[in-house]
Write a protein that binds this ligand. Structure first.
Ligand code: NAP
Length: 329
């Protein structure tokens, strides 16, 4: 049944331009890495996607390998889109990526033209789409010339199978080179997707400046450090949480006593702001105007709604920022 979306879906969301491009993304986007695969509840996945769209989240982020099993998140999203959101395709930005292992043999991962373009064709079939909006190189390939990987992104755009090109997990110097190559090809890189959160600040020393100079937007992945920057683990590891699942990428031993001390202190600071820790962690990323979007994950509609309410309070006083720095030191 076609979904009837909320008529107020565009009233509260903030939309930011991706670098120098003409594409706007919602300040909060939804990622389908966990909780949308074949092992997860299809009904819950559907509810999250529809309520995200109702709240103005126009951007859904995928990759060939999301699941498990790999490919199943694209399949599920394709089914949901076809059954419930088909009339709204032009209101939606779908991204996918190629870079990690998808099939056996020498052409099943990394950055060759052969792999990148075959993978995109497979993704389009799973998604039941003619094109994706953004196609990313998921990780830099140390063996393949960067010209070839970027050439594959350019070719995907010229074939009409993607509208824009992006890169993910590229270091500052690789980003600069990738951007130069793509610009020469006439398909500018519009978006970089790095890991960025209060706990993962590798982008700050150099990458942010490169992105600004090159006119590339930043979409931050794992902004909640996979759930650590929330109240989820304050009283142990709850059943059903990412850290409790065998296939979850957050491991029990990532939740160290030192991290828990910081999380508890941050949680108190968030309370003083009248926010949850998840909300403070998202707002903290959005305070930098170079951050186009924060790419959250969620396992329930409730979490998504909490995260969306971040938009009610985005500003920080210098004192609050200082207090956060003290905790993160
Ligand atoms: N480019 C790349 O290499 C790369 C790598 C990783 C991720 N990504 C992208 O980034 C997206 C987000 O990554 P992520 O899922 O790691 O993001 P995240 O937002 O850091 O973590 C999401 C997890 O945090 C917990 N959570 C979310 N909101 C919460 C709330 N309000 N209260 C309590 N817990 C909450 C949930 O964990 P529970 O499941 O425990 O409830 C949820 O699954 C991915 O889906 C993917 O699209 C890209």
């Amino acid at each position: 049944m076609v979904h009837i979306p909320s008529p107020s879906r565009y009233l509260t969301m903030v939309y930011n331009y991706c670098g120098n491009s003409g594409l706007k993304l919602p300040a909060i986007s939804l990622g389908l890495w966990h909780n949308f695969g074949g092992v997860d509840s299809f009904e819950n996945a559907k509810e999250m996607i529809l309520s995200a769209f109702d709240a103005g989240i126009t951007h859904f982020d995928l990759a060939n390998n999301y699941g498990p099993p790999p490919g199943s998140a694209e399949e599920n999203f394709g089914k949901i889109l076809a059954a419930h959101l088909k009339p709204y395709r032009d209101e939606i930005i779908v991204s996918t990526k190629a870079g990690y292992k998808m099939w056996e043999g020498p052409y099943g991962e990394w950055g060759s033209r052969k792999y990148m373009l075959s993978s995109l064709d497979q993704s389009l079939k799973r998604l039941k789409l003619d094109y994706v909006d953004i196609f990313y190189s998921h990780r830099p390939d140390p063996e393949t010339p960067l010209e070839e990987t970027m050439g594959a992104l350019d070719q995907a755009v010229r074939q009409g199978k993607a509208l824009y090109a992006g890169i993910s997990n590229y270091k500052p110097d690789q980003t600069k080179r990738a951007s130069e190559i793509l610009r020469k090809l006439g398909t500018p890189c519009i978006l970089h997707q790095p890991k960025y959160s209060m706990f993962e600040r590798w982008v700050e020393p150099d990458l942010l400046a490169v992105l600004e100079k090159e006119g590339i937007g930043l979409i931050a992945f794992s902004p909640l450090a996979q759930g650590l920057l929330t109240d989820r683990y304050l009283k142990g590891i709850p059943d059903g949480s990412r850290a409790s699942k065998a296939h979850g990428f957050l491991k029990k031993n990532d939740i160290t006593p030192e991290k828990l001390v910081k999380i508890a202190a941050l949680n108190e600071l968030a309370k003083k702001r009248g926010q949850s820790l998840a909300q403070m962690a998202i707002a903290w990323l959005l305070k930098d105007k170079r951050v186009t979007s924060v790419l959250v994950g969620a396992s329930s509609v409730g979490q998504l709604k909490t995260n969306l309410a971040t938009l009610d309070k985005l500003d920080f006083t210098p004192y609050e920022l200082q207090e956060i720095e003290e905790v993160l030191k």
